[in-house]
Design a binder for this molecule. Structure first.
Ligand SMILES: O=P(O)(O)OC[C@H]1O[C@](O)(CO)[C@@H](O)[C@@H]1O
Length: 392
């Protein structure tokens, strides 16, 4: 970490700020969306209504005594934050805990009929069935016969821009897709990243996934291609142990995505077959570590996860939330060195992310000046810009 880690931790208590908008507007919209998407019974509907009221004006409430992860959440900050306003605790924490409360309300962790049901599944499945997903899979045909290096770079960019496809984000950024309004990269360390993945690689890639559907599909295509090109010998895909941030990928979402790719035509079907083989022969494994849903920065990761990342030739973290957790959810000066704020990470690490929150590091001063002068004023949060950053 830099010698003076003095950047302020983001809170949601400033009206008009991006974090405040997420807590005050997006979270209630998510509760209403979930309530409308399922024929929940009176108990779940009442609990959702209570959560709706609580989000707007209430304080953080403890988990029930019977909650299986109560002790873990107590350690993760609940003991400290219970009784305080959602808006006055770290934004990362209140967002994460909101999703935990939402799952509590719909009985996801209970013993009743809604146990294990993903309240975001309808939206995730709609994504996989969308014509855009089909078009993206069809586009693989055009890569056939291209040089290996070109294919790998194209799939890296597919995975990067796939991060725009985030369902929670689309609740407030109307119509966001990988559309024509996308701008260039604000940082691009991809050459250094490729240097770690030479064609005769024997190492492991850890890919810390973000969203299901239209982000996970290109993530899986990238992993398959890297295995096929023997740039890596194995891959570990880190997913969430339970539904989170609307569209974050769980193991069930991986299965859906793999089946979707395998059912496609043309080159995509070959990817699907290779992907299936890699999963079944153990070259690609899935890990759903509890810390993947923790309301904490990766600097506080537990020892077993640290060992996983330490063993990898490269860890790639996808998406905005993982970036916030990687660099700490702080308002760093944008020119703060990425390598400094990730120095604690136990191995080489790369971030692939479209910009959807105020957190940013590792930019050149002239890049910051050009972005600030650019007029739109939303380059940090609008999802129009992206980055590939790497630290050895
Ligand atoms: O899916 P991603 O790229 O992690 O983005 C989710 C993002 O949603 C937000 O919580 C709210 O926009 C972001 O700040 C967050 O990082």
């Amino acid at each position: 970490m830099p010698e003076t880690p003095s950047a302020p931790v983001l809170l949601g208590n400033e009206p008009g700020s991006f974090p405040h908008g997420v807590l005050a507007e997006r979270h209630p919209a998510i509760v209403r969306q979930v309530r409308a998407a399922f024929p929940y019974g009176p108990e779940q509907r009442a609990a959702l209504d209570t959560l709706l009221e609580n989000c707007a004006a209430g304080v953080v409430e403890p988990l029930p005594d019977h909650a299986p992860d109560r002790d873990r959440w107590q350690r993760w900050g609940l003991a400290r934050y219970a009784g305080r306003s959602w808006f006055d605790v770290p934004w990362l924490w209140s967002e994460s805990y909101f999703y935990r409360r939402l799952l509590e309300a719909v009985g996801h962790f209970g013993t009743g009929p809604w146990q294990g049901i993903d309240p975001f599944r309808p939206a995730k499945l709609a994504e996989l069935d969308a014509p855009e997903t089909g078009r993206e899979l069809d586009a693989l045909d055009a890569l056939e016969g291209r040089p290996a290096d070109e294919r790998a770079r194209a799939l890296l960019h597919g995975s990067l821009w796939g991060n725009r496809a985030d369902l929670g984000f689309r609740l407030s950024a109307a119509g966001a897709g990988a559309g024509p309004d996308t701008q260039g990269l604000v940082a691009d360390d991809s050459d250094a990243l490729w240097a770690l993945l030479p064609p005769s690689g024997t190492g492991t890639l850890c890919l810390v996934a973000d969203n299901a559907g239209r982000e996970l599909v290109p993530d899986l295509l990238l992993v398959t291609e890297l295995l096929a090109q023997e740039r890596i010998a194995r891959a570990v895909l880190h997913v969430k142990p339970y539904p989170y941030y609307v569209s974050d990928a769980t193991t069930a979402d991986v299965v859906d995505a793999v089946r979707r790719i395998r059912a496609a035509d043309g080159a995509a079907a070959d990817h699907g077959r290779r992907l299936w083989a890699a999963l079944t022969d153990g070259r690609l494994t899935i890990r759903a570590h509890p810390f993947s849903c923790a309301p904490l920065p990766y600097a506080e990761m537990p020892g077993d996860l640290r060992e996983d990342f330490a063993r990898a030739a490269l860890t790639v973290l996808k998406g905005d939330l993982n970036y916030r957790r990687l660099v700490g959810d702080r308002l760093w000066p944008p020119t703060t060195a990425f390598a400094d704020v990730t120095a604690y990470f136990p191995g080489p690490v790369a971030a692939l992310r479209t910009l959807k929150s105020d957190v940013i590091t590792g930019l050149a001063p002239d890049t910051v000046a050009a972005l600030d002068d650019g007029g739109a004023g939303t380059w940090r949060t609008g999802g129009t810009h992206a980055l590939i950053q790497f630290a050895p």
